[in-house]
Write a protein of this length. Structure first.
Length: 244
């Protein structure tokens, strides 16, 4: 009896975890480019950008996810400008318009000027993004309402956590304009690719070539793992496959 109860409990946990994971996965976009980027590893995308274009396209190492996640999609960019005022939320309404106008499958990318531990988004914005079908968000600063974001299983990369509000401290500076986030320039429509290793930005005019190269790098690396396991030599693997 005890064994049956344990098996039932483990099964219930697995169903809960699987359900949460599935709820975090965005629906297929039908775009083969986006679908391809959802499958490749971000480290391979970063390497492909360096090898093809000699560009460092990955964001700073403190840009981290609020839970284990992976997503890809075209950028919808937003800029917040530092300015003390007394206009309340009206001064930042544009950042909300950007959510309401964002196509399903896109990634909300927010640049925050001179950020001083003020959250760029929280649970309300995250809820709107989730139910509008956005793939994820990348915030150049802290976020807040982490319990709600985790409950939603909406993936957000940020540079920290803070309870602080942007109301009366920031003003909307523009939507779908070029921005710089965590050391990388982002243009509207650029491909944002994110997993536990970090976030890479691929210019839209280079996206097809970079995906092809990243897939090749992934394929090579995945062939190396069993080789290393069998022959117990990383040097031999690198000499054979030419990847490290």
């Amino acid at each position: 009896m005890k064994k049956s109860v344990l098996i039932f409990a483990l099964a219930a946990v697995m169903v809960t975890v699987l359900g949460s994971w599935l709820s975090a996965q965005p629906a297929s976009t039908g775009d083969p480019l986006v679908e391809g980027y959802r499958l490749v590893e971000v480290s391979s995308v970063a390497d492909a950008m360096e090898q093809l274009y000699a560009q460092k396209a990955y964001m700073k190492h403190d840009m981290r996810p609020n839970f284990m996640t992976k997503f890809a999609g075209p950028a919808v960019t937003v800029q917040l400008k530092k300015e003390e005022h007394k206009e309340g939320g009206k001064a930042s309404e544009g950042m909300l318009d950007a959510i309401d106008k964002a196509p399903a499958g896109s990634v909300y990318v927010m640049a925050i000027e001179n950020n001083e531990d003020i959250a760029g988004m929280g649970g309300i914005m995250g809820t709107a993004m989730k139910y509008r079908g956005l793939a994820g968000a990348v915030i150049d600063g802290p976020v807040r309402d982490i319990p709600q974001l985790r409950k939603l299983q909406f993936p957000v990369f940020s540079r920290g956590v803070s309870p602080g509000t942007s109301v009366n401290h920031y003003r909307f500076g523009g939507m779908n304009i070029p921005v710089e986030v965590a050391g990388v320039k982002v243009n509207p429509g650029d491909m944002i690719v994110a997993d536990e290793d970090g976030v890479v930005v691929v210019p839209k005019d280079k996206a097809a070539a970079v995906l092809k190269k990243a897939q090749e790098l992934d394929d090579t690396e995945h062939k190396m793992y069993p080789f290393v396991e069998k022959f117990k030599s990383v040097k031999e693997a690198v000499e054979k496959f030419g990847r490290i």
